[in-house]
Design a protein around this ligand. Structure first.
Ligand code: ATP
Ligand code: MG
Length: 140
């Protein structure tokens, strides 16, 4: 297995409830290292572009509204098999279907307000990291 970097967002529902430390603890206990992190207020245009693949889905407008409803924490996580490992620690998109002990099972409020985002492929991880971070902000 290779050492990878993946892109992560602590979504507005998690930040609003002051859960950033509790969620970061899950990442670190799983062996993922936070090599970049910042708190931002996503703009409407940023959120629209980030979720562009879902543009035709019925939930797109609400999702953009949710992602801009308050501050988020954007992160780069690094470690062995980081992309798949992060998805595993996050759990299924819908918390009702998420495995016991996953972030979404324990913290998500709904299928939309599901506390975290994690890249789903190496290609998307590279695109998403570059969308939010300059190279020099990532310190390994
Ligand atoms: P993410 O991309 O945020 O890591 P994911 O890959 O598990 O999550 P996607 O299918 O890419 O899920 O959907 C992106 C996001 O859109 C979900 O995380 C969730 O916030 C929202 N979403 C997905 N499906 C629905 C739905 N049926 N109703 C409302 N919101 C949804
Ligand atoms: Mg996704």
């Amino acid at each position: 297995m290779a050492i990878e970097k993946t892109f992560s967002i602590l979504k507005p529902d998690a930040v609003r409830r002051n859960l950033t430390g509790a969620i970061n603890d899950r990442f670190e206990k799983a062996g993922l290292r936070i090599v970049a992190q910042k708190r931002i207020q996503m703009t409407e245009v940023q959120a629209q572009k980030f979720y562009e693949v879902h543009k035709e889905r019925p939930f797109y407008g609400d999702l953009v509204k949710f992602m801009t409803s308050g501050p988020v924490v954007v992160q780069v996580l690094m470690g062995e098999d980081a992309i798949a490992k992060n998805r595993k620690v996050m759990g299924a998109t819908n918390p009702a279907n998420a495995d016991e002990g996953t972030i979404r099972k324990d913290f998500a409020e709904s299928i939309e307000a599901n506390s975290v985002h994690g890249s789903d492929s190496a290609e998307n991880a590279a695109i998403e990291i570059a969308y939010f971070f300059a190279g020099k902000e990532i310190v390994e």
